[in-house]
Write a protein that binds this ligand. Structure first.
Ligand code: SAH
Length: 213
């Protein structure tokens, strides 16, 4: 069975480094995680293409560049505890787990969560826990988080996520309309929140109490 190592190197060089992402930890993580094992078998050969891939339950694994960009914008450090909202395939969680000490990932579809959990376990990611639930409410029992990343689009930033952000914490989330959003980066310093708005993106909707009804 092919390991797709060459495809992965090309993906990092042509899609990620070439577009200006230079964070070594991010590039290294993108080189290490076997992305093809996060998509259905019949899609293995599309896994390293410059596009999202369908993963079932009407959901997609984000385009490699977007995963790299979100991870770079988060500025994840090795001692961080990270909340990943929208586990999907578990790919973003694996990328984060390559860098951070602990990743908590939450997914509303039980079937996707179970599949992601066993995939991450079989790949040896012992620092990721997968939870089933409404990620717009965060994961209060494990808060605060140094970093929070949301892989589905919200009409506005869910209040619970801001509340569960540690001091000096960062939150990366697509915010906007149903079919077009901007990647927003929020930074908490003391009681203050500073927003840096980013590039236009299109994500599947964040469905939940503080998302799309
Ligand atoms: N990070 C994923 C991409 C997943 S796509 C990956 O790397 O594969 C977005 C995911 O968010 C979908 O799986 C969808 O079911 C999930 N989602 C949508 N609303 C959610 C909510 N309120 N709580 C948790 N997960 C949610």
């Amino acid at each position: 069975m092919t390991s797709y190592q060459a495809e992965r190197e090309q993906m990092v060089a042509n899609q990620i480094a070439a577009r200006g992402i230079s964070d070594k930890k991010v590039l290294e993580a993108m080189r290490n995680v076997p992305r093809h094992l996060f998509v259905p078998e019949e899609a293995h050969r599309y896994a390293y293409a410059d596009s999202p891939v369908r993963i079932g339950s009407g959901q997609t694994i984000s385009q490699p560049y977007i995963v790299a960009l979100m991870t770079a914008l988060l500025q994840v450090e090795s001692q961080h505890r990270v909340l990943d909202v929208g586990t999907g395939s578990g790919y973003q969680a694996a990328i984060l787990a390559e860098i951070a000490t602990k990743v908590y990932s939450i997914e509303r579809h039980a079937a996707l969560a179970e599949e992601a959990e066993s995939r991450l376990e079989s790949l040896g990611y012992e620092n990721v826990s997968v939870h089933v639930g409404d990620g717009t409410r965060g994961l209060a029992q494990y808060a605060p988080f140094d970093r929070i990343v949301v892989a589905a689009a919200a009409p506005k930033v869910p209040k619970a996520l801001v509340e569960q952000l540690a001091d000096s914490g960062r939150l990366v989330i697509p915010v906007g309309e149903r079919f077009s959003q901007h990647l927003e980066v929020w930074e908490r310093t003391g009681g203050e929140l500073i927003k840096h708005s980013g590039i236009p993106v299109v994500f599947v909707p964040l469905v939940g109490e503080n998302g799309w009804g």
